[in-house]
Design a binder for this molecule. Structure first.
Ligand SMILES: [Mg+2]
Length: 230
């Protein structure tokens, strides 16, 4: 079976971040802080999103609005907004062909339940991946620094002969599946836009590296034994 990471593997996470900033900016306008377009520019022009939210909170504090517009409110809006993100054509084509080929699919992703569920729903990934094979750290209580999710996937799919994990983050995506005998594949961040930069020189050892590296999701099917069990 083939198990995917979500963020920066099946779609680019910066599009989610941008969508979240738009939601916060719209909320700033609603709270009477400033027009949404101005709030959006303010956050986007900050060195990073967190400091952009800090700037917005500081302005809100000085404004004469009676509504509380603080970091907590911004984070809640950001985390629970309905994201405006799309599944890239390449991802859709790959998932379509895997589904047609009858290959069992899974998803292991780290994050809050509500945020990850909103992404999964918007990207319609639940049309490709059975619900019992969608594992979210916020729901199972364990992230990819632990073997739990990978072990659970194996337990739930006992008839599968091989497991492949495809992700983007060498800090945590491949260590445990490597140890558990999975095939591991890293999708290279060819445009250098990933939220977690791929710093292979900084990882502690080769056990953190994926066995295969691809530049494009469509290359996944060229890896020996991924399409068919060997
Ligand atoms: Mg990722």
């Amino acid at each position: 079976m083939i198990v995917f990471d979500l963020d920066d593997t099946l779609y680019k996470e910066f599009t989610y971040v941008d969508s979240g900033i738009r939601a916060v900016a719209a909320d700033a306008e609603e709270a009477g802080i400033m027009p949404a377009s101005k709030a959006y520019d303010l956050v986007k022009n900050a060195p990073d999103t967190a400091s952009g939210f800090d700037r917005l909170a500081a302005i809100a504090l000085e404004s004469e609005t009676y509504e509380l517009f603080d970091i907590q409110r911004m984070l809640a809006v950001y985390r629970y907004h309905i994201p405006e993100i799309t599944l890239p054509l390449e991802s859709r084509q790959l998932l379509d062909s895997l589904k047609t080929a009858g290959i069992t699919l899974g998803l292991i992703t780290d994050g809050r339940s509500l945020s990850q569920r909103a992404k999964i729903r918007t990207l319609e990934l639940d049309t490709y991946i059975p619900s019992e094979n969608i594992l979210i750290s916020g729901e199972i209580g364990s992230d990819k620094h632990w073997p739990t999710a990978y072990e659970l996937m194996m337990k739930r799919n006992p008839s599968e002969k091989s497991f492949t994990y495809i992700g983007d983050n060498p800090d945590k995506d491949f260590y445990w599946p490597n140890k558990l005998g999975w095939k591991t594949v890293m999708l290279r961040d060819t445009d250098c836009v990933n939220i977690h930069p791929q710093r292979l020189s900084e990882i502690p050892g080769s056990q953190y590296e994926a066995q295969y590296t691809i530049d494009s999701l469509s290359d996944l099917l060229d890896i020996p034994g991924v399409r068919c069990d060997d």
